[in-house]
Design a protein around this ligand. Structure first.
Ligand SMILES: Nc1ncnc2c1ncn2[C@@H]1O[C@H](COP(=O)(O)OP(=O)(O)OP(=O)(O)O)[C@@H](O)[C@H]1O
Ligand SMILES: [Mg+2]
Length: 265
């Protein structure tokens, strides 16, 4: 069966799209799944976190999308996370995006067409997207079975633009009728804080589905990322690690992913 494709999208910046993409990829791999993480953001933060802070892989997604390289050539098998393969990006993806946007007949199904060539080799493909409702995010939605929307808890600003996001998903469903809204994920959440309780309530009013598990606010995420680790690698017993495993399991249930219950997860 081809991989289930899951994207994390929100045009708001800094809501933990990348942190969750990388950590959920790790959590899935620990559950015995074959995982491909694809960085569709020219900021290349996921690439930095799982490949290298300084160097880029020799072949990255923009060379695949413009037809210069095969998708197989862009897959990096040796990443910082066991069981997680990567297709990285560089800032040049932003240049390509502008070119594609101006090209008649450039297609929102470009990413889907490329991923279809390797989908049989993985159980799950995770797409990290840029903080924009642009050609790349449209391509991610057109390629995905499920879209998850991370939302920063405790910030009144985090819900502004929700209608735009939901409308974009609706449009994505026209291009890709099998796209399912998997749910919102509260991030940087602190259930003891009044503002977090208020925004969590508002998110539940706005969105049809909000995951039960949420990503707690913790500076240990910064420490783990500075050392090139996921929080699960940094401290498996950390509260944030437990929540990420719970988030991954909720997504696995939504996506009907075959978790293999590896020991020591
Ligand atoms: N649980 C957390 N608690 C506190 N800070 C966090 C947490 N998770 C991530 N961060 C920090 O928040 C910042 C934004 O996270 P991240 O890069 O994952 O967001 P993003 O949505 O991918 O951002 P962008 O829109 O720029 O791509 C980073 O500095 C990250 O280290
Ligand atoms: Mg990001």
């Amino acid at each position: 069966m081809p991989a289930k494709i899951i994207c994390l999208a929100n045009h708001k910046g800094g809501v933990c799209k990348t942190t969750l993409s990388v950590c959920i990829a790790d959590a899935f791999a620990r559950e015995g799944l074959d995982v491909l993480l694809v960085d569709l953001d020219p900021q290349a933060n996921a690439t930095r976190l799982v490949y290298d802070f300084e160097e880029s892989p020799a072949v990255t997604i923009e060379k695949v999308l413009d037809g210069r390289e095969s998708i197989a050539a862009a897959i990096v098998e040796n990443t910082h996370i066991e069981g997680v393969h990567l297709i990285g990006s560089t800032l040049k993806l932003a240049v390509l995006e502008r070119q594609l946007q101006q090209t008649p007949f450039s297609s929102t199904s470009l990413v889907r067409q490329k991923l279809a060539l390797v989908a049989d080799e993985y159980d799950v493909i995770i797409l990290d997207t840029p903080p924009a409702l642009n050609f790349l995010t449209a391509n991610a939605l057109a390629a995905s079975d499920i879209v998850m929307v991370p939302i920063e808890s405790g910030s009144k600003l985090s819900l502004l633009g929700t209608d735009d996001m939901l409308e974009f998903i609706k449009q994505g469903r026209m291009a890709n009728p099998q796209l399912k809204f998997g749910g919102a994920i509260l991030t940087k959440h602190d259930a003891r804080k009044k503002m977090c309780k208020i925004t969590a309530g508002a998110v539940r009013d706005y969105y049809d589905h909000v995951l039960t598990a949420s990503l707690p606010s913790t500076t240990d995420i910064h420490k783990s990322q500075a050392g090139g680790q996921t929080i699960l690698q940094y401290d498996r017993d950390h509260n944030a690690s437990r929540e990420i495993v719970a988030i991954a399991r909720e997504i696995a249930a939504i996506a009907s992913l075959p978790l293999k219950e590896k020991a020591g997860v």
